[in-house]
Structures are given as C-alpha cells and as structure tokens.
Design a protein around this ligand. Structure first.
Ligand code: IMP
Length: 196
C-alpha cells in the first residue's frame, strides 16, 4: 500500500477547504487547486455523489495527485429538496448567500408546512491510478430566521436536531465536529486511515 503524504483538496470554496483540512491528519501536506492554478469543473452530475466523483476525477487527472473532493448542499423538505445540488448556484441566482437565505426563509414561510431540512455531503477520494471511494454524510435539522455570523454559506439559517442554535452561531470547532462533512469523513476515514 502506497502511503499518502500529500493530498489535493479539490475545492475552491474556502469554508470547505478549511473544514476538510482540519479533519485530515496534521502531518499530511494539503494542496489546493489554486496552488496549481486549476479551475473548477462544470457540475453536471444529478446527485451529490455524482458531482463529488466528477470533481475528484477532474482535479486528480489534472494534478496527478491523490485528491479528496466534496459536493454538498442544503435540502429543504417543503421545497422538494431544493436547493440541494444547486446550493451554490442558488446563491449566484439570487445575488449572494444573504439574498438566497432570505429567499429560502420566505419560501418556507409561504409553504406554511414544516421547516425540516438537511445538509448533505459526499466526499470522494481518488487515486491517479483511477481507484476511488465515496461516502456520504447527512445532518438533519430545521430552517430558521438568520442567526449568527460564523461559518459560511447557509450556516446561519440551519439548526441541527438536538441543538438550539444555528451552525452560524456555533464556534468553528463545534460545527466542525458534528456536521455533514464530519459524518462523511468519519465513514471514509475507516477505509483510508491506513494510507496515512
Ligand atoms: P458545491 O458543493 O461546490 O456545489 O457547493 C455547495 C454549496 O452548499 C456551498 O457553496 C454552500 O453554499 C452550501 N454548503 C455546503 N456545505 C455547507 C456548510 O457546511 N455550511 C453552509 N453551507 C454549505
């Protein structure tokens, strides 16, 4: 088994890059696509798994370095699972995350149903030789009024089940150790820990 001593974290999202880096062993050299001037691929997949695999394959092929990629997003039950895989595209469509969060709050209120939602994350590790492993993590919760300024993306409007504050009100460590990315990483870690 060839040990991994450097890993490309295949994302241009700074919030994700920081979280994924902090879940990985400290001794591992973490490389970003920016370091190698690699742009992002178009996300043409129909699911988090497909997009995560598409990104891992794209960055791995271009860098020839073992790559860990993520695709993640927020699914709101009463919005038929939207924005889902379109989470970052909704932010573009509405002119930023602030507006997208207000739109989601408005839509959920108008539906007058429940405010159940979940964050989902698929993580894929791919080797240059082509082997890959994908795992998915889910954290359930509810949409609420915007609270807190920590984190990134939709963090301020999501309260995970069992808590009374949003991801945006949690400190960095608190969110890092419970979120969808953490759950996916723990599943993956079981399969790859001997490579580190
Ligand atoms: P993508 O995986 O690059 O398509 O982007 C997923 C989008 O989902 C991000 O830009 C965020 O808007 C949102 N998202 C994913 N994970 C989180 C999270 O942990 N907190 C807040 N928003 C997230």
């Amino acid at each position: 088994m060839k040990k991994i001593n450097k890993l490309l974290i295949g994302t241009h999202n700074k919030g994700k890059f920081r979280e994924i880096s902090d879940l990985l062993p400290k001794k591992l050299k973490k490389i970003s696509p920016q370091d190698l001037k690699i742009e992002s691929p178009e996300e043409t997949g129909k699911s988090f798994e497909e997009n995560s695999e598409l990104k891992a394959n794209f960055f791995c092929k271009r860098s020839n370095i073992v790559t860990l990629s993520d695709d993640s997003g927020l699914e709101v039950d009463c919005l038929d699972g939207n924005p889902g895989i379109y989470s970052s595209r909704w932010a573009e469509k509405f002119g930023g995350f602030e507006n997208a969060m207000q739109e989601i709050i408005k839509m959920v209120k108008n539906k007058n149903k429940n405010s159940k939602a979940q964050f989902i994350c698929s993580l894929t590790i791919q080797w240059p030789e082509g082997e890959k492993i994908t795992e998915t993590g889910v954290i359930k919760g509810n949409i609420t009024e915007k609270k807190g300024n920590n984190g990134f993306g939709y963090d301020p409007i999501f309260i995970p089940d069992g808590y009374h504050k949003t991801f945006g009100e949690m400190n960095y460590k608190e969110k890092l150790l419970i979120d969808h990315r953490f759950i996916a990483y723990k599943k993956l870690e079981k399969k790859i820990k001997n490579y580190f």
